[in-house]
Design a protein around this ligand. Sequence first.
Ligand code: IPE
Ligand code: IPE
Ligand code: MG
Length: 262
Amino acid sequence: MPTLAQSTSVEEQTLLAQLDRARMPTHIAIIMDGNGRWARERGLSVHHGHQAGRAAVKRVIKASLQLGIPYLTVYAFSTENWRRPASEVNFLMKLLEQAIEDELAELKRNGVRVRVIGRLDKKLPEALVRKVQRVIEETKHNRKLTFTVALNYGGRAEIIDAVRRLAYEAAAGRLDPHAINEENFHQFLYTNGTPDPDLVIRTGGEMRLSNFLLWQLAYAEFISTPVYWPDFDRRELIRAILEYQRRERRFGGRNGDYQSNP
Ligand code: IPE
Ligand code: IPE
Ligand code: MG
């Protein structure tokens, strides 16, 4: 992989120089939206939009590796996306399968650990689930970047699945309901072992979470950009990190120099 300095434009160099390396986000989560509008504006089918979206994922993985971001999570398919036309859903499933097939070797070479969060149940094609299990297994020892794909994922479904497991444990007498707290609840979520995102980026301009990581995003900085996902690139990622670094994270406390009312 070329180093950052070898492969950046002057504009990007300027953006890079502004980054505060001591305050980089540990975990960036992305709601990849706008594939359909990107395609429509070009007179193309939505399939072309998703295809171009796939290339953007590859760019952002590469950029995260170059910037030294240890955790990247992308929302690929929600529990609500089954409402789309069957032809689009089938295309997306095939695209995911093909992407794993094509990218596995490079992911391994680059030290990327792939995780998948969501309901890997019968709704998903068997061939895709097999590929998903293979990429998880074959990259599980990598540590440079943990790349999590939310697939057939819903924040509410995740919380319900966690609650159900807790209820079973309690009913079996292995868990005292009084012992449940925010820290150990986290262990029952799909994202167990991954720190909560610091920054969530939504492309395509909408201002909603669409059921993404409801528990984990409690204190993430939210950035919405009008850029459609297929146009998102390293430059846009750096811009989002710069915006994140301009924010003041308070976590409910009172930083800054203003006084509370007497
Ligand atoms: C996001 O792009 C991709 C997925 C949900 C899989 P969309 O397909 O939702 O794009 P828009 O919102 O229609 O432009
Ligand atoms: C959110 O995008 C889901 C993914 C990016 C996978 P949608 O396009 O499905 O969200 P809504 O329907 O606009 O809320
Ligand atoms: Mg959309």
